[in-house]
Design a protein around this ligand. Structure first.
Ligand code: ADP
Ligand code: 5GP
Length: 195
């Protein structure tokens, strides 16, 4: 999938298998840096308790998602888990660049690769690596957001996703959280210095 959205701003992409810590890192950076804004993705998965439409995701029906694909509204999209599609809307990228924001993304590895291809000069992609696969699975279990089947599917996909690490600009091993958050802040500071 590619995008015909003219590249006028910057993209900071955090990618990793589910449970590695992207959301934790991205939320921390959004609290610290007002220059950043979160790319709200569209998804066909149902909201988790506490998730807000338009803030965490744009929650779409399968039909609405099909329509957005047919209308070429996505910069990228993937069926991340069976029947669960996720995608970045071109309108979201344009909206945030119009506000002069650096856009921060929390997306899986294939979508991250496609966004980098669509905006090669403007993207920085960081792969968040867990200290080990076992620790990743433990974090996912402890987060307790998934039922047994969803957990099984996420763990199965994670093994494949871990092999993508080398394709990105930075690999960040998320062992001690404080250290990880500091490293992430330094990456953003580096981007801001180059503005
Ligand atoms: P992702 O967005 O990649 O799926 P999350 O940010 O939701 O991952 O993190 C998964 C779980 O692991 C969450 O419960 C989070 O609080 C926890 N977590 C994140 N980073 C660490 C860390 N360095 N050490 C221990 N637990 C962590
Ligand atoms: P979750 O259901 O845990 O919110 O997300 C599942 C996976 O889908 C995560 O790895 C998340 O980063 C990824 N994801 C979220 N939004 C998008 C998107 O717009 N495009 C793609 N390709 N993946 C996404």
């Amino acid at each position: 999938m590619s995008s015909d959205t003219p590249a006028t701003g910057r993209l900071l992409i955090f990618t990793a298998p589910s449970g590695a810590g992207k959301t934790t890192i991205v939320h921390h950076l959004l609290d610290r840096f007002p220059q950043l804004a979160f790319s709200v993705s569209a998804t066909t998965r149902p909201p988790r308790p506490g998730e807000v439409n338009g803030e965490d995701y744009y929650f779409l029906s399968q039909q609405e998602f099909d329509q957005a694909i047919a209308n070429d509204h996505f910069a990228e999209w993937e069926e991340v888990y069976p029947g669960r599609r996720y995608g970045t809307l071109k309108s979201e990228i344009e909206r945030l660049w119009q506000l002069d924001k650096i856009i921060i993304f929390d997306i899986e590895v294939k979508g991250a690769t496609n966004l980098k291809k669509a905006f090669p000069e403007n993207s920085l992609a960081v792969f968040v690596q867990p200290p080990s696969p076992d620790i990743l699975f433990e974090r996912l279990r402890k987060r307790a957001t998934e039922d047994k089947e969803s957990l099984r599917v996420r763990i199965a996909r994670a093994a494949l996703e871990l092999t993508y690490a080398e394709s990105f600009d930075h690999i960040m091993v998320n062992d001690d959280l404080e250290t990880t958050l500091q490293d992430a802040e330094e990456i953003v500071a580096g981007i801001l210095d180059n503005e």
